[in-house]
Design a protein around this ligand. Structure first.
Ligand code: HEC
Ligand code: HEC
Ligand code: HEC
Ligand code: HEC
Ligand code: HEC
Length: 189
């Protein structure tokens, strides 16, 4: 290998490579911010579905649509059929409802964008929380006011532990609530 070549690699290629790596890393870091702590994440959805209208103004119960929230890890997202219980009649001429009906007649699943997520290696269960009387808004904020759902609280390990340690202060509406677990295998099993 000639000295010239080595010189070229070290002086030109190396700095450029480093520069590219640093830029790529920073970009991924900032663009994936919502994937990491999630706060503020509020993607456009395939249908403009409003919680403010359905859960707020019309007062439809959360569990009419999120049926498994007391029973399992997941709250569940309703199938198009649940919407069609009403929208075969309600506002069926509106563009968004025409779109909705189209999914239904084609038997196509709506690909709602997932907003809240904890990594698979951590264990979270809705039922264990909801059945103790913890309200949706203690973790998800005031969804009844949201035109478009946004994540308002982080679900990092620090955030889980913060509530587990200070359960009484965080959940003032629950009398004598137990603290949540802090030992590692409660959430890493
Ligand atoms: C008529 C059906 C319906 C009702 C009632 C309803 N939701 Fe939803 N919910 C949906 C649909 C559809 C989505 C997915 C689209 C979206 O994010 O808006 C969703 C999404 C969500 C999400 C975000 C899910 C994610 O991807 O992380 C939360 C949190 C949520 N709902 C909470 C609630 C709460 C709390 C209530 C009651 C106050 C409620 N919902 C009532 C249909 C409903
Ligand atoms: C219990 C009945 C009911 C259910 C279930 C329901 N809706 Fe609705 N929805 C309505 C009614 C009634 C309106 C009209 C309210 C108004 O305009 O005052 C409406 C309005 C809408 C609108 C606004 C239409 C427009 O442009 O005026 C959209 C979009 C919509 N719903 C989507 C959905 C989706 C998606 C689901 C399922 C996740 C769903 N709805 C479930 C009753 C329902
Ligand atoms: C103790 C905090 C907490 C409470 C209380 C809570 N959630 Fe969640 N919710 C979460 C977390 C954390 C996730 C992400 C779960 C995951 O990735 O497995 C989530 C995810 C969701 C999702 C996304 C889809 C899914 O099934 O994971 C919906 C919908 C939802 N919650 C609705 C509700 C509703 C409705 C209530 C009240 C009946 C509620 N949540 C109460 C923390 C909570
Ligand atoms: C708003 C408060 C709050 C938040 C936020 C919260 N928890 Fe909890 N959690 C509790 C309370 C209170 C208990 C104890 C309930 C009881 O046993 O009475 C609990 C219990 C648990 C349990 C034991 C029950 C079971 O399912 O085995 C686990 C595991 C758990 N939480 C995981 C999590 C994880 C993971 C997160 C974050 C993604 C989280 N929690 C966020 C309040 C919270
Ligand atoms: C209340 C639930 C809970 C308890 C208890 C808990 N963790 Fe976690 N842990 C989580 C959640 C949720 C995540 C993933 C979210 C995040 O990135 O912070 C996580 C992430 C981690 C990670 C990956 C961190 C990273 O930055 O990628 C490690 C390592 C970890 N936990 C170790 C521990 C150890 C060790 C303990 C016991 C001292 C513990 N955890 C107790 C909920 C918990």
């Amino acid at each position: 290998m000639s000295n010239n070549f080595l010189d070229y690699v070290l002086r030109i290629r190396l700095p450029i490579t480093l520069f590219v790596v640093v830029v790529a890393f920073s970009l991924t870091y900032f663009l994936s911010r919502s994937e990491r702590d999630g706060v503020g994440y509020s993607p456009e959805q395939p249908i403009k579905f409003s919680h403010a209208l359905h859960a707020g103004q019309m007062g439809i119960d959360c569990q009419y649509c999120h049926t498994s929230v007391e029973k399992s890890r997941h709250a569940g997202i309703p199938a198009v059929g649940t919407c069609m219980n009403c929208h075969t009649l309600a506002r069926k001429d509106r563009p968004e409802i025409v779109k909705l009906t189209d999914y239904y007649t084609k038997n196509a699943a709506l690909s709602w964008k997932r907003i809240h997520r904890v990594p698979d290696y951590a264990y979270f269960n809705h039922g264990a929380h909801v059945n103790k009387g913890i309200l949706c808004e203690s973790c998800h904020g005031d969804v009844k006011q949201m035109e478009k759902v946004a994540q308002v609280n982080p679900f990092t390990m620090g955030a889980c532990l913060d509530c587990h340690r200070n359960a009484q202060a965080k959940l003032p509406y629950l009398k004598n609530v137990k603290k949540g677990p802090e030992y590692c295998w409660a959430c890493h099993r």
